[in-house]
Design a protein around this ligand. Structure first.
Ligand SMILES: [Ca+2]
Ligand SMILES: [Ca+2]
Length: 217
């Protein structure tokens, strides 16, 4: 277990952010997951947490937004008694950001935090508040890159637990497990916007037609 203090009132400054995460008292670790993960996705094993047993968390981005999505093993997610922080090492440099502390956050410059005692429908990132959508055994968050303050290329990880107050929680589930106490190592993944793909396809089609017509003349 670990105690985390998210900074709803202590806006966004890294030193304060670091001080909160440094409130960790005990860290837990667990084994790996054998299945291969898609790019930008961390898989987590079943049964390593009694509540909020994380199955996967993904972070993908396009030109404008970062999409975060987490799934949980059946009936283990309880949104009304939930807290989490998704950490991001924005510059993908473990030497900057949060120092190694035995937590999942080494190298992180920022966190997307949720605490059901504080707000049951929104996450906080620095001083910004964004909606979170809960589904069956899952949640999703859309973060504008302008709010993230980054191009989307980052390393990430998550700690999930239960709130102990508006600003603190016990972290019980970590992903990736193998990154405990080590720099965040899982990269977000770029996914082109559909309209960009369509535009590229139309462009390719025009090119092919142009070549065909040139061949006819
Ligand atoms: Ca799990
Ligand atoms: Ca960093």
């Amino acid at each position: 277990m670990a105690t985390y203090r998210s900074n709803s009132r202590r806006r966004g400054r890294l030193a304060r952010f670091a001080a909160g995460v440094a409130a960790m008292v005990v860290a837990i670790g667990a084994g790996g997951v054998s299945a291969a993960a898609l790019p930008g996705t961390i898989l987590d094993e079943s049964g390593d947490a009694i509540r909020h047993d994380l199955q996967s968390v993904s972070a993908t981005f396009d030109a404008t937004h970062l999409q975060l999505h987490a799934t949980f093993y059946q009936d283990t997610l309880h949104p009304t008694d939930l807290a989490f922080i998704i950490f991001f090492d924005l510059d993908q440099n473990p030497a900057t950001g949060l120092p190694s502390s035995g937590s999942i956050s080494t190298g992180a410059e920022i966190g997307v935090s949720f605490n059901s005692v504080r707000n049951r429908s929104a996450v906080q990132i620095r001083s910004d508040v964004l909606p979170v959508t809960f589904g069956v055994d899952a949640f999703s968050i859309t973060v504008p890159l302008s709010v993230l303050g980054d191009d989307g290329h980052a390393n990430f990880g998550i700690v999930v637990g239960e709130p102990t107050s508006e600003t603190t929680f016990l972290g019980r589930e970590f992903a990736p497990n193998g990154d405990m106490g080590r720099p965040l190592s899982t990269s977000t993944h770029f996914v082109p916007e559909p309209r960009s793909a369509v535009a590229a396809l139309v462009g390719l089609l025009c090119l092919v037609l142009g070549v065909a017509r040139a061949g006819e003349t």
